[in-house]
Each structure stands twice: as structure tokens, then as C-alpha cells.
Design a protein around this ligand. Structure first.
Ligand SMILES: Cc1cc2nc3c(=O)[nH]c(=O)nc-3n(C[C@H](O)[C@H](O)[C@H](O)COP(=O)(O)OP(=O)(O)OC[C@H]3O[C@@H](n4cnc5c(N)ncnc54)[C@H](O)[C@@H]3O)c2cc1C
Ligand SMILES: *[C@@H]1O[C@H](CO)[C@@H](O)[C@H](O)[C@H]1NC(C)=O
Length: 579
């Protein structure tokens, strides 16, 4: 099989699952759709049932004296979404907004297309219905920057720790019995387990030998080092999306109603006060009112879109698309994302057959690792996800071509290297990128997709840092394990980088630019500190808050779902306090 065939297989698998959906195998789990009438009123309206919106709706409706309407553009999660082994087949589906980046003429030029697919969940659970299960929290240093941006110390890591624990129900006995148990929640709604496959151990040892710390638990205040990750997977092997953990259990609450397949087109604003939302239902446009507050949790692309459609955004931009300005605000600016740089190593030769994995498992063994360039520093500069593909060219093709949209030639070279060998496939991220992008309106039509300029690598510091830090990362080739098996970096043949010496930062800058993609961690497009105050209230408009990845002041080290969930837990408490 080659990259082209793998992409075709991916598409037909997605189509097969779509057909399966009509059987409604998991429909019983999810809240039913309530067809709300025009001019209905609720205490709270939450827009978007994703990672954050599901948490907010659940926590607010714990109080039987208030009623909550949760509005979601998508439908129920499909059957396949709950089984970890099937994660590569969830995007480019009905459960995905299928957004793409604008061609910026710089990044993504050596790609299958000169743009990136930017998958983003459109279903109950939002992107947590599509995500790749890694449960990480980020480093205290990341949240120190949050607290500084918000000018509010309640956002620092230690003050958020009770909220991290509140969501969590740790099911890994090893950590439960260990010293770090006090960092974990034991009775929250989200079941968390741990990767325990042994194939990672020789790599952990190798990274340890070249100076990195090896940890059992990567989610304490001490996050720098290498470890087997925690998972958003229950011990029964079921995806712990926010729909599974916060909506399914609240199904019986009469004060929480869920409206599916309904797209919010704008916030209704009366003077300087939000009074509800306009939404597009299969039966036409209706208005629904919020007596207390409206909370936007539509994600880092759609929350800024809704705000701008409502007249809250950069004045000049709104005028250029013909939207009357209600409040001039840097909405959609400062979009951030982790750039993924794919780097692979070829290890021992093997003709072992690929070990089949149960549906409850992530498809291949994996570990995570982070480090700093300056060895004295006590927080990470970079972070990696590492996947072990043992004589498994199919997994390498799936990862490089379906999960990441790398150029077909690159995918085919990786698959060739992985035929008869073990290959370590690494996704390398700069933890806190300096580059920022923008989310803009394509037009005043709410059904148009937003214009997304990722800004990936647009600040030259990011290219420099990635290049230098990758050279630091690949020093693992000097470990005894790598030396013993002849382990080497795979220098894929990149037409744009020919003639550059592999030992130079110039080569690695070229490599980074040609081997990049998104890590799907879009954030900060309505950041706290510029669009929002520290209680996540939209500046300039009363009774309106934002709670989702767009509110994050800056990226955190590693995958961001947990950061979004903790932000939502805190938001729900703040709303309760303020009302
Ligand atoms: C493919 C992929 C893999 C990932 N892997 C990981 C991982 O392994 N670990 C990790 O920690 N993070 C991962 N992430 C990131 C993480 O899942 C997201 O950052 C997080 O889910 C974002 O949460 P959110 O609440 O901001 O938005 P979302 O969860 O995307 O929720 C937004 C919701 O709002 C709805 N919506 C949007 N517009 C409207 C509208 N106008 N009207 C009504 N509803 C609307 C959407 O349909 C969606 O349900 C991954 C993300 C993706 C896409
Ligand atoms: C983590 O917290 C403990 C307890 O406060 C402290 O002793 C330790 O130095 C901290 N570790 C890091 C890396 O900050």
C-alpha cells in the first residue's frame, strides 16, 4: 500500500462508519433533542457541547433551581468514536467541521495540499469526541503566564489543581498507590487510565541515558521528562469525551435541555447587554432568550466567528464585511496552535508480525517526553508524542497521510523505512510558540466557513527554536540502545532541502518548514486579558462569557484538552458565584 491507497482506504472506512451510524447503536446514551420554540427563555444558554460546553452545562444544571439550554450544531457521537483503536477514522467525517487553513504562501507549501486540514469536532463532546486521548495538564509555568495575562493569581497551576482533580477519576492502580496520588482526583466524572505497554521502556531508558528525567506520572507539578502517558480512556476501554462524562450522566435532569443540529448564528445584543441567541434550526431561524447569561463554548474557530457576526470584533474587519460594530475588540486575533514537526527514527530490523491490539487500546504503544534547551531551566521548551511502529508500515502511512497530511513522497518514504524495521514516529512541538494567526469572517453569512490564517512559523523565532531544539532531541541516537541496534534519524528526501548538510541549523530550519502540520491545539483567539476579563466575561458586553480553548491566554506544554476542561470547571464556579 502507498499513501494514495491509504487515503482512499481512510475515506471508505469513514463512509462505512457513516452507514453504520444509521443503526443508532449508541443513541441510547445521549440526551435527546428538545425542539425549542421561537422566543423560549432559559436562565443560561450554553453554545457548543464540546469539551468545555458540556462541563459548563453539567455543572450549572447541578442547581435544580436554574434551567440550562445547551445548543450544539452537530449530532450524537458515532459508535466508532468510543473505541480508541479507530481514532484515525473520525476526522473528515460528519463529526468534523472540515475546516482548512488559508494558503499563506509560506507554511504547508510542501504538503499534499498547500493548506492544512484543521479538524474540529462537530458532535456532542466536540473535539473531545475526535481527540487522540492524551491526558496531560501542562506545566505550572504555562499557568503562571495565564495568571499574569489575566492579572489574577487564581489562574496559577496550584490554584487550579482542585479543578484538575474535580473532573478526574483516576483508574490506574499503580499511580493510586504511589506518592503522586495526591495530585489526582479519584471520584470525578472523567475516567483516566495509563499506557502500560512495555515496548516504551527501552526508549525511556535511552532518553534517560542522554540526560532526560524518566517519570511514572507526567501530570504533577514536575512535568519535564519522559513517561508513558495517562489516557482519556476508561478501564473498560471507552473514550472519555465530555459527552460521555458530562452529558450522558446528566441525561435525566429536567433542567438541562439539549438542542442538537442547531447552529447559533449570533448573540442577540440589546444596547451593551447580551439577551440570548439567534439560531438556525432545520425549521428556520429562531431567537432564544437567556435571563441570566449566555456562554459561548463553540471552540477556537467558531466562538470568535459568532462574536464577530454579533458585531463584537475588530472594527475595520467588521466594516469590511458589512457588519455593524457593537464593540471594537481584538476578537479572532492571537490564534495559537502547536506546530507539529514529524521526525522519525529507524531502529532494529524485525520481521515480527504486527501485534494485533484490542479496540480498547490506542493503536500502537506510545510515550511522551518534554525537555528544555537550557539545562538549568525547570520548565519545558518542547514536548513530544512518540509512537512505536514495529514492522508496521500501515500504521506509519495512516499516521503520516491520514492523521497528518504530509506529502505523499514523505509518507511513502516513512512506510518504506518501517517495512522490516521498528520506527519511532515523533511529533515534536515547541511548547509555547511565538507565532500567532487570525480567525476572520469570510463574509457576513453565518453559514460561510471562517477564514483561518494559522500563522504557523510566521515568527522566525519559532523556526529557529524548532531547528535548534530538534537537534538537541535527536541526541538520543547517542544512547547505547540506539547505538546497539544502529538506530538513526530518517533523513527523508526533501526536494527543498537538497544540498544542505544534515548537521546544520539551516538544514533543520528547512526540515521543520517541510515536515510541519497542526497538532490540532487551536486556542487563544478570544484570549483572557484582551477580549475577556479574568472571569471570562466578554469586555464591553454584559451577561456574555466565553469558556473554551479560545479563552486560553497562551498555549500549555502538550495537548490542551485538560487545560480547556479545567478552564470550564472554573468558569462554572465563577458563574455560580456571580449569580
Ligand atoms: C484530531 C484531534 C486530536 C486531538 N488530540 C488531543 C489529545 O490527544 N489530547 C488533548 O488533550 N487534546 C487533543 N486535542 C485537542 C482538544 O480536543 C481540543 O483542544 C478541545 O476539545 C477543544 O475544546 P473546546 O471546548 O474549546 O471546543 P470543542 O470541543 O471543539 O467544542 C466546540 C463545540 O461547539 C460546537 N459549535 C461550534 N459552532 C457552533 C455554533 N455556531 N452553534 C452551535 N454549536 C457550535 C461544535 O460543534 C463543538 O461541538 C485534539 C483535537 C483534535 C481535533
Ligand atoms: C513541586 O512541588 C513540590 C511541593 O511543593 C516542590 O517541593 C517541588 O520542588 C516542585 N517541583 C517543581 C519542579 O517545581
Amino acid at each position: 500500500m502507498d499513501a494514495t491507497a491509504m487515503i482512499a482506504t481512510g475515506k471508505s472506512t469513514v463512509a462505512l462508519f457513516l452507514a453504520l451510524t444509521s443503526l443508532g447503536l449508541t443513541t441510547y446514551k445521549w440526551p435527546t433533542h428538545v425542539p425549542v420554540q421561537d422566543k423560549a427563555a432559559y436562565d443560561y444558554i450554553v453554545v457548543g457541547a464540546g469539551t468545555a460546553g458540556s462541563v459548563v452545562a453539567n455543572r450549572l444544571s447541578e442547581d435544580p433551581n436554574v434551567n440550562v439550554l445547551l445548543i450544539e450544531a452537530g449530532g450524537d457521537p458515532h459508535w466508532e468514536a468510543q473505541h480508541p483503536i479507530l481514532f484515525p477514522y473520525l476526522t473528515k467525517s460528519e463529526m468534523d467541521w472540515n475546516y482548512i487553513s488559508e494558503d499563506d504562501g509560506y507554511s504547508a507549501q510542501y504538503h499534499r495540499n498547500k493548506y492544512l486540514d484543521l479538524p474540529s469536532g462537530k458532535a456532542l463532546g466536540g473535539s473531545s469526541t475526535l481527540h487522540h486521548f492524551y491526558y496531560v495538564r501542562g506545566d505550572p509555568y504555562d499557568y503562571k503566564l495565564w495568571a499574569e495575562a489575566a492579572n489574577d493569581d487564581s489562574w496559577n497551576w496550584w490554584n487550579l489543581l482542585p479543578y484538575f482533580k474535580k473532573s478526574e477519576r483516576l483508574e490506574d492502580q499503580y499511580i493510586i498507590d504511589s506518592e503522586t496520588a495526591s495530585f489526582h482526583g479519584m471520584d470525578g466524572p472523567v475516567a483516566i487510565t495509563r499506557e502500560t505497554r512495555s515496548q516504551s521502556l527501552k526508549y525511556l531508558e535511552a532518553f534517560g541515558e542522554v540526560g532526560h528525567k524518566i517519570m511514572d506520572d507526567s501530570t504533577t507539578n514536575d512535568t519535564m521528562g519522559f513517561a508513558r502517558p495517562l489516557w482519556y480512556i476508561s478501564k473498560e476501554g471507552i473514550r472519555q469525551s465530555s459527552a460521555e462524562c458530562f452529558l450522558a450522566p446528566a441525561k435525566g435532569r429536567s433542567n438541562l435541555q439539549v438542542m442538537k443540529s442547531t447552529t447559533v448564528t449570533k448573540v442577540l445584543i440589546d444596547g451593551d447587554k447580551a439577551i440570548g441567541v439567534e439560531c438556525s434550526t432545520p425549521d428556520g431561524l429562531i431567537n432564544i432568550y437567556a435571563n441570566k447569561e449566555t456562554i459561548l463554548s463553540a471552540g477556537a474557530f467558531n466562538t470568535p466567528k459568532i462574536l464577530m457576526l454579533s458585531g463584537v470584533g475588530p472594527k475595520e474587519h467588521l466594516e469590511s464585511v458589512g457588519i455593524p460594530v457593537v464593540y471594537d475588540s481584538p476578537v479572532g486575533q492571537n490564534l495559537q496552535d502547536h506546530v507539529a514537526v514529524v521526525v522519525a527514527h529507524k531502529l532494529e530490523q524485525t520481521n515480527d508480525a504486527v501485534a494485533p491490539q484490542p479496540p480498547s487500546d490506542f493503536p500502537v504503544p506510545t510515550f511522551i517526553g518534554s525537555g528544555a534547551f537550557n539545562k538549568g531551566q525547570d520548565y519545558s521548551d518542547w514536548v513530544t508524542l512518540n509512537l512505536i511502529c514495529r514492522n508496521n508500515p500501515a500504521a506509519l502511512l495512516l499516521l503520516s497521510s491520514v492523521v497528518f497530511g504530509l506529502h505523499d513522497d514523505v509518507c511513502n518514504q516513512l512506510a518504506a523505512a518501517g517495512t522490516g524495521s521498528e520506527v519511532l514516529f515523533t511529533v515534536f512541538n515547541k511548547a509555547r510558540p511565538s507565532s500567532t494567526g487570525t480567525v476572520e469572517l469570510r463574509s457576513a453569512d453565518p453559514h460561510d466557513s471562517p477564514k483561518i490564517f494559522t500563522g504557523h512559523l510566521s515568527n522566525s523565532i519559532d523556526l529557529e527554536d524548532n531547528a535548534k531544539w530538534l537537534q538537541d532531541f535527536i541526541k538520543v541516537t547517542q544512547s547505547s540502545y540506539f547505538k546497539r541496534v544502529g538506530g538513526e534519524t530518517i533523513y527523508v528526501d526533501l526536494p527543498n532541502c537538497q544540498g544542505l548538510d544534515h548537521d546544520t541549523t539551516e538544514y533543520w530550519k528547512c526540515y521543520v518548514l517541510n515536515m510541519m502540520d497542526t497538532t490540532f491545539h487551536y486556542s487563544s483567539s478570544c484570549r483572557m486579558g484582551s477580549v475577556l476579563d479574568s472571569r471570562l466575561r466578554v469586555l464591553g458586553i454584559k451577561n456574555l462569557r466565553v469558556g473554551d480553548a479560545s479563552a486560553m491566554p497562551n498555549q500549555v506544554t502538550g495537548n490542551i484538552n485538560t487545560a480547556v476542561m479545567v478552564l470550564a470547571e472554573k468558569l462554572a464556579d465563577m458563574i455560580k458565584e456571580d449569580n
